[in-house]
Design a protein around this ligand. Structure first.
Ligand code: DC
Length: 218
């Protein structure tokens, strides 16, 4: 079985996909971590020659991204926490518009999916990476709700300015991801939209499982 979950930042894709993977006994792949890994690599190596496709392609040939025990590695280094920085998410969104970056990562994602039943989440997993997936979900939520969830995850009090900053960052990323020329974030033709603004994680999972089990036609 192949399942894809696409949608904007902060809609809960990763949390939900991870839990579904456990419930349905599927491999889980968070494709966003791969774009973040490339962002970190390019940032740390001071690379900024993005418009030169051949050069970028050669540069990316050297990169080694792998997964082990729910962690992501850049060469031998566990980068699972480093890539979570908001700044890296922003750079990942910026560099994800370059064709050599997408080609390299989409190839890797398809290779992983070839060997196993899988659920993957990202921006183009249903529209590009696994066009033949059994179920393609598009998970979304109101931007205010997404900003609120992001801040609540940190578990500390926040000011209106901090809320507005996160909301602006999310809106910028939404715009970038939805408007890039290559593989923009959009609902697949056969995608199922789930707006979870007023749903809990458990309710969202239940809804998805019901759809998979054919108990619910949205
Ligand atoms: O899911 P995330 O926030 O970790 O992803 C970071 C960025 O990577 C996102 O803003 C756009 C890019 N991305 C992408 O272009 N395609 C994917 N399948 C996954 C992520």
């Amino acid at each position: 079985m192949k399942i894809t979950i696409d949608g904007p930042s902060g809609a809960g894709k990763s949390t939900i996909a991870k839990l579904l993977a456990k419930k349905l006994n599927l491999t889980y792949l968070d494709t966003g971590t791969m774009y973040r890994a490339v962002a970190l690599y390019l940032l740390e190596n001071g690379y900024d020659n993005f418009e030169d496709e051949e050069c970028l392609k050669n540069y990316l040939n050297d990169i080694d991204i792998s997964f082990k025990d729910d962690k992501i590695y850049l060469f031998d280094r566990d980068i699972s926490s480093d890539i979570r920085m908001e700044k890296i998410g922003m750079i990942a969104s910026d560099i994800s518009k370059y064709i050599p970056v997408r080609e390299k990562l989409v190839d890797m994602q398809r290779d992983i999916a070839k060997k196993t039943d899988i659920i993957m989440d990202g921006r183009d997993t249903g529209t590009v990476v696994l066009k033949d997936a059994d179920y393609k979900f598009y998970l979304t939520a109101d931007v205010d709700k997404r900003a609120e969830r992001r801040l609540n995850q940190l578990g500390v009090e926040y000011t209106t300015d901090e809320f507005n900053k996160i909301k602006n960052d999310l809106s910028t990323r939404d715009y970038n991801d939805m408007n890039r020329k290559v593989s923009p974030l959009k609902v697949a033709d056969d995608g199922i939209i789930i707006d979870n603004t007023s749903l809990t994680i458990d309710e969202t999972i239940k809804k998805i499982i019901n759809i998979i089990e054919g108990k619910n036609v949205i």
